[in-house]
Design a protein around this ligand. Structure first.
Ligand SMILES: Cc1cc2nc3c(=O)[nH]c(=O)nc-3n(C[C@H](O)[C@H](O)[C@H](O)COP(=O)(O)OP(=O)(O)OC[C@H]3O[C@@H](n4cnc5c(N)ncnc54)[C@H](O)[C@@H]3O)c2cc1C
Ligand SMILES: NC(=O)c1ccc[n+]([C@@H]2O[C@H](COP(=O)([O-])OP(=O)(O)OC[C@H]3O[C@@H](n4cnc5c(N)ncnc54)[C@H](O)[C@@H]3O)[C@@H](O)[C@H]2O)c1
Ligand code: SF4
Ligand code: FES
Length: 809
């Protein structure tokens, strides 16, 4: 005779609670008769992915973790749309708002958190919401159809992800933040400022050091009043100022509650047979608000309920990754220095990369990464393990060597225990991934994602997943091309081929015909399609300004304080007293706070107000230096044979000729050139996209170089004799890059990907070079100077006028 199953009730059909059930069904499938109550009218879904739904990266169907069939298949009784309103802890019964009573032997409370809503006058008005569930997400999607102005209160992870989603939905979005810098709970000031710059470039605005005082409007929200008396207009206000554990049910039932429901290391409350897990639980004084620790708690509780020995839950070190496309931010552990810790920093503002490691004794205790987060998962693993990093500090700061992941020497992944979590967002262990590869036949990261969900949310674990793939699949591992973004499964080459084959002519048409999952596209695909269309149809295509980033829309670089910079073109870095006087006069007239020489030998006028830009360009009457955007930036030169006693060729003359030939060239990535007058190479031509070095009787042409974080020296393409040949090869190379690289791929990455030999082969024939040269000349002949165009077009000038907020709304 089989033993009678005990009755287990789970209150809260969310991520943490259902995770316990999933584990339990594996450990003791026959032990319990399970009933689940959930207030929301859905099966269990991945709350994390709501940000992706809002930003167009996933549909609601795609975020369901367990569909209704899953509950049926395990004989789980599920009550969706039922809120448990009270617990009779003596009679072991729960009661719901829909009149259901159920009995339990064991009870799990996994009621999550409630968003914290600022208790300010007007908070109850229509159009004031939180961002917590499917309902909130749908409201934002609906509101964006009718209204344009959104304010998000709170510049934390949730607020920024909400703001990014609202931008994607076409709203004008400002983030209202109480502190001087955003994400202060996860980032230090430097990383935060760089993040803000990136988000501003994507169109997000910030109102910092603002204390919200009241919500304005009659029935529906009209705006927000701040403590300093200023106001801002709004059709929608999203509050993202933190969460508080949902403990009312526990408190009213006599269960011990502090900030959260107080539990011990086995997730037991003070009452026997009642457990708490997830955001509602408080363990050793901490209530966590991220999935990874909640899943760790869930694994412990499942063992406890299954009678499997467990050491208990000892608390978690946490890491976060902002899920905003085009912005990489990672933070883990103790991210700010404290007494007794030391910090190592690396910052490259030209490439937008910042890294900080916080070290205590010989151990890594915290890390902040911005711009390049590839090492995040690896650093986080070291922090969690308390690994001794003595002697390796600088190596870790400058990048975890790739072979540390999978090589027998590094052995890091090999040495990991099977139950160690690789993907925190989805609670996927090393053992599960290893099994998917060795027994499940997965040979690509994409297959592992669909088999196990590892890397399906924030993507922070992808390097570790790829490392495991190398470790277990070895040579069988294949790199499967992923779509250019979440809106499509098509890669760059397929898209370009289809645009050509079907003669597609607009961004919208491409997205429609090629079956984009999100009809509006996203910040990743829209600019790339805009580029491919312009590159393929230079004569017919009308550039889509709205598919470009802010810097390119305003033809100026937005600075961290919201001002802009003006960089006129100075061909080959060679100027004249007359031009210098003109620049100086404009700088004085418009009160430019800083004038600086750039690394590319130009003059940068910094701190310019947006409304002054057209007037300054008009008065300068010089071409744009294109110090923004994916275009030819600069051609740096040395003085060459004109003045230098070592010079063998006229470097300045060649630089000026090249810059005049390729100015205004749109490209997949920014392009920098340099010309040195002899092999001493004072112009640093061998770290440029196209570098020209004079030798006796000719020129060496080098390609694919890069400065910045990942320094790459160029490869020698060929040696030529005449100046005309330099122009021919440069034209052919640049056009071949324009036609074949992926959008946002710099020449250095592209040369590495396709290989030097393939480029040499493609450019070998003179006939082909001349054909490429003809195509680039055609494309360049159709471009105009953007500043001139704006200055002479009243409609375009209007975009630069200041926006004035009314005093009251
Ligand atoms: C937009 C968004 C993005 C996020 N992104 C990330 C991320 O990238 N990484 C990360 O780690 N974390 C992220 N989080 C946080 C993460 O989603 C939460 O930590 C996690 O969902 C908490 O799980 P939980 O089960 O404790 O609570 P929940 O998922 O909130 O589940 C609790 C459930 O219980 C129900 N409930 C409450 N009371 C009752 C009751 N009395 N009766 C019946 N049902 C009840 C609630 O309706 C809810 O469905 C994000 C959160 C949001 C909102
Ligand atoms: N990518 C991720 O990991 C991710 C994404 C979304 C949400 N989450 C989680 O969801 C939970 C909620 O996120 P959150 O961002 O709301 O919480 P949070 O507590 O991390 O951040 C809230 C932010 O709001 C600011 N704030 C507080 N009062 C304010 C006020 N009156 N005006 C303006 N700003 C104010 C705070 O300074 C803080 O930066 C957190 O646990 C978070 O970790 C995580
Ligand atoms: S690269 Fe040669 S020519 Fe140019 S400045 Fe240096 S030494 Fe002179
Ligand atoms: S850690 Fe976020 S998807 Fe894996």
């Amino acid at each position: 005779m089989t033993a009678k199953r005990k009755k287990l009730i789970l209150v809260g059909n969310g991520m943490a609670g259902v995770r316990v059930i999933e584990h339990l069904l594996k450990l003791a499938p026959e032990a319990y008769e399970i009933t689940i109550f959930g207030s929301e009218p859905y099966p269990n879904y991945n709350r994390i992915m709501l940000s992706s739904v809002l930003a167009g990266g996933a549909s609601l169907d795609e975020i369901v973790i367990n569909d209704l069939e899953w509950y049926r298949s395990f004989n789980i009784t599920l009550y969706t749309g039922h809120t448990v309103t009270s617990i009779d802890t003596a009679a072991h019964r729960v009661y719901t708002d829909q009149g259901i009573t159920a009995e339990y032997d064991e009870l799990i409370l996994a009621t999550g958190s409630n968003p914290f809503m600022l208790p300010i006058p007007g908070a109850e008005k229509e159009g004031v919401i939180a961002f917590r569930d499917i309902k909130d997400t749908q409201i934002m999607q609906d509101v964006s159809q009718k209204y344009t102005k959104a304010l998000v209160i709170g510049g934390g992870l949730l607020g920024l992800e909400a703001a990014r989603g609202l931008l994607h939905l076409g709203m004008n979005v400002s983030v209202v933040h109480i502190h001087e810098y955003i994400m202060e709970r996860q980032l230090d000031e430097s990383a935060s400022r760089m993040l803000r710059g990136e988000l501003e470039a994507q169109g997000m605005r910030f109102l910092l050091k603002k204390q919200s005082e009241a919500i304005l409007g009659k029935k529906r929200v009209k705006g927000l009043l701040f403590a300093d008396g200023e106001t801002a207009e709004a059709d929608l206000i999203v509050m993202a100022v933190g969460i508080k554990p949902n403990v009312e049910l526990a408190r009213s039932s006599g269960i011990e509650v502090s900030r959260g429901i107080v539990v011990n290391d086995y997730m037991e409350t003070n009452l026997p047979g009642i457990y708490a897990v997830g955001e509602c639980a408080e363990h050793r004084g901490i209530a966590y608000g991220l999935v990874a620790p909640l899943y760790e708690q869930g694994a412990v509780l499942a063992k406890r309920l299954a009678g499997v020995p467990t050491e208990g839950y000892a608390g978690s070190v946490t890491s976060t990754k902002l899920k905003v496309s085009g912005v990489d931010v990672f933070s883990a552990g103790q991210y700010n220095e404290q007494p007794g810790t030391k910090a190592l920093r690396f910052q490259d503002e030209t490439e937008g990369v910042y890294k900080k490691l916080v070290i205590s004794g010989d151990k890594l205790v915290g890390a902040v990464l911005f711009g390049d987060t590839n090492d995040g998962a690896e650093l986080f693993s070291m922090i969690k393990k308390g690994e001794n990093i003595k002697g390796r500090e600088k190596e870790l700061l400058l990048g975890v060597p790739a072979d540390a992941l999978a090589s027998p020497k590094g052995n890091r992944l090999e040495g990991m225990a099977d139950d160690e979590i690789i993907c925190g967002c989805n609670g996927v262990t090393k053992g599960t991934i290893a099994n998917a590869i060795t027994s499940g036949g997965c040979t690509s990261a994409l297959q592992i994602k669909s088999c196990t969900k590892a890397s399906a949310s924030c993507g922070g674990c992808k390097p570790l997943v790829e490392g495991l793939l190398q470790l277990y699949a070895g040579e069988a591992a294949v790199t499967v091309k992923e779509g250019i973004c979440g809106c499509t499964t098509l890669g760059r080459d397929e898209i370009v081929a289809e645009i050509k084959r079907m003669k597609l002519t607009t961004v919208r048409e491409v997205m429609h015909v090629l079956d984009w999952s999100n009809e509006e596209g996203c910040p990743k695909c829209r600019p790339s399609l805009n580029y491919y269309l312009g590159m393929l149809w230079p004569e017919e295509y009308v550039d889509e300004n709205e598919s470009r980033y802010t810097n390119e829309r305003y033809h100026a670089n937005i600075q961290k304080d919201g001002t802009y910079s003006v960089v006129p073109r100075i061909y080959g870095g060679v100027t004249s007293p007359a031009d210098l006087i003109k620049i100086a006069e404009v700088a004085v007239k418009y009160d430019v706070p800083l004038v600086k020489f750039t690394g590319g030998q130009r003059l940068d006028l910094l701190g310019v107000k947006k409304e002054d830009l057209p007037k300054m360009w008009e008065e300068l009457d010089m071409p744009s230096g294109h110090a923004y955007g994916k275009t030819l930036r600069t051609v740096k030169t040395c003085v060459g044979s004109t003045y230098c006693r070592f010079g063998t060729q006229d470097a300045m003359g060649m630089g000026i000729r090249l810059e005049k030939a390729f100015e205004r060239m749109n490209a997949p990535g920014k392009v920098k050139l340099a010309v040195s007058g002899c092999p001493r190479n004072c112009a640093e031509a061998t770290i440029k996209d196209f570098g020209i070095v004079a030798i006796d009787g000719g020129w060496e042409l080098h390609i694919g170089g890069n400065g910045g974080v990942h320094v790459r020296a160029t490869d020698l393409l060929c040696v030529v004799k005449t100046d005309d040949e330099v122009l021919e090869w440069a034209s052919a190379f640049l056009q071949y890059y324009r036609e074949n690289a992926g959008w946002n791929e710099r020449t250095a990455q592209w040369v590495e990907r396709v290989g030097l030999e393939s480029i040499k082969q493609a450019l070998e024939s003179r006939e082909e070079r001349l054909a490429l040269m003809e195509r680039i000349q055609k494309a360049l002949s159709l471009t105009t100077d953007p500043w001139k165009q704006i200055v002479n077009t009243p409609e375009l000038r209007k975009n630069f006028e200041p926006i004035s907020l009314p005093e009251t709304v």
